[in-house]
Design a protein around this ligand. Structure first.
Ligand SMILES: [Zn+2]
Length: 432
């Protein structure tokens, strides 16, 4: 086997040398020209007409008026003359390996293998909806790690991913598995109590491939026997988690509904608060002071109240949280807390991610450009990927989507993305 590899390598080098002599190096780089009828600059809100984006390999090489870019032999030209082109969207709160089903027995019979298969299907659906990057915050085993690696290796289509592996939480908390009685001895993958155990769990998650750490700072809605308003991890446990994660180069995302848990997680130095349903002025002030992102996940409430079929022990919690979350989040938005778009997709079917922006604009009164920025520049910043994605600029990934109208006129047009390119590869083209 080794001998064969050596032979193949020698052949490749020899062919490369011949080609290298015959042609100048630059012409080897194959170009794709994306001709945009209109291109939206998500940083400024400006709409530029007649732009051409030159894509080489995975990245954008240049952007300029169509008249300045001549087609060369070997170029591939994609005509999006009737479309509005913008950067691929980013969802910073997904669960790609999970599906929408709240029958408790469904949850109990899940396996890591099933989750991996779900992930393959859902990654594709998500990408085709125009979501070119996600932060996956909680998966059984390390199925999200393998999904990320399979996407990066080109085995399966899907968005760029940052993954957390198992979400960390206290015994009996939102991130534990509480459906079965004691004789079954079931413990959630991410359960860790006390300083020593949380340090160990952070290090274990990083050992097995986690890009970030997800923790449960408070109770949750879709879990049995816990209270969304009650804090779960202590301030000291979260400080230990953040210290280890940051020292090892990982950000921390904290699931938090209750005000005390939001405040403690923020004081402990987490990078984002997920959900934030009971956020109050004290937490808002602390988040603004530290630059902590809030990741509201609000469309799920609309979907759930209309179509959800929840067991009684989840249902009342959903009613209670939904009654207050939107007004509290609206207050936080107006107070100037930084927002990144997250959806909790899996709680409702994958691919509906852009409905979240409709809630921000048409229910909470956020300006359309600000809403679009939550799913582009802000989300990229939270992920630490500002140099890679979040806007259309030379040197960034060629993550490009197109829609039929300017989303600043109607953000709902993002629910029907017609063209998707990720890292220079076209996954969908229904442009007219
Ligand atoms: Zn979630």
């Amino acid at each position: 086997m080794l001998a064969k590899k050596c032979f193949a390598l020698a052949l490749f080098v020899a062919v490369g040398a011949i080609v290298g002599r015959a042609q100048p190096a630059q012409s080897a780089a194959k170009r794709t020209l994306v001709r945009a009828g209109h291109m939206l600059d998500v940083k400024t809100g400006k709409l530029l007409d007649g732009q051409t984006i030159v894509v080489v390999g995975e990245t954008i090489q240049s952007i300029g008026p169509a008249s300045t870019v001549q087609v060369q032999a070997g170029d591939t030209v994609i005509d999006l003359g009737g479309m509005t082109v913008l950067p691929g969207l980013i969802d910073v709160h997904t669960h790609l390996t999970m599906n929408t089903d709240f029958d408790p027995y469904h949850e109990l019979i899940s396996t890591d293998a099933k989750e991996a298969i779900n992930g393959v299907a859902n990654a594709r659906v998500t990408l085709l909806a125009g979501i070119t990057s996600v932060r996956n915050v909680g998966a059984g085993g390390y199925t999200d790690v393998d999904l990320r690696d399979a996407i990066n290796a080109g085995q399966v289509p899907g968005p760029h991913m940052l993954v957390s592996g198992p979400a960390m939480g206290i015994t009996g908390g939102h991130c534990d598995e509480n459906l079965l009685p004691v004789q079954y001895h079931v413990v959630g993958d991410g359960v860790a109590d006390g300083i020593a155990e949380v340090q160990h769990k952070v290090r274990q998650n990083i050992k097995y491939g986690s890009d970030l750490i997800k923790i449960c700072a408070t109770g949750g809605v879709l879990s049995k026997g816990d209270d969304p308003q009650a804090s779960q991890y202590t301030l000291e446990e979260m400080q230990a988690i953040v210290a280890d994660a940051h020292r090892l180069g990982r950000k921390v995302a904290a699931h938090a509904h209750g005000a005390q848990g939001i405040l403690w997680a923020t004081e402990a130095g987490v990078d984002s608060i997920e959900h934030g349903s009971y956020i109050n002025d004290e937490a808002i002030a602390e988040m603004k002071k530290r630059g902590t992102y809030l990741v509201p996940t609000l469309y799920l409430e609309d979907w759930m109240l209309e179509k959800g079929n929840l067991p009684a022990f989840y249902h009342q919690k959903m009613i209670d949280v939904s009654a207050v979350a939107k007004s509290n989040i609206k207050h936080a938005m107006q107070a100037g807390v930084k927002i990144a778009m997250g959806t909790d997709a899996a709680v409702y079917p994958h691919g509906l991610n852009a409905h979240e922006l409709d809630v921000y604009v048409n229910q909470l009164g956020m300006a359309p450009l600000a809403a679009l920025q939550t799913a582009t520049v802000n989300a990229a910043d939270l992920m630490g990927w500002s140099a890679k994605t979040g806007s259309l600029e030379a040197g960034k990934w060629a993550d490009i989507i197109a829609v039929e109208k300017n989303p600043l006129d109607d953000v709902r047009v993002l629910q029907d993305v017609k063209f998707v390119m990720k890292a220079g590869v076209v996954y969908k083209n229904e442009s007219k």
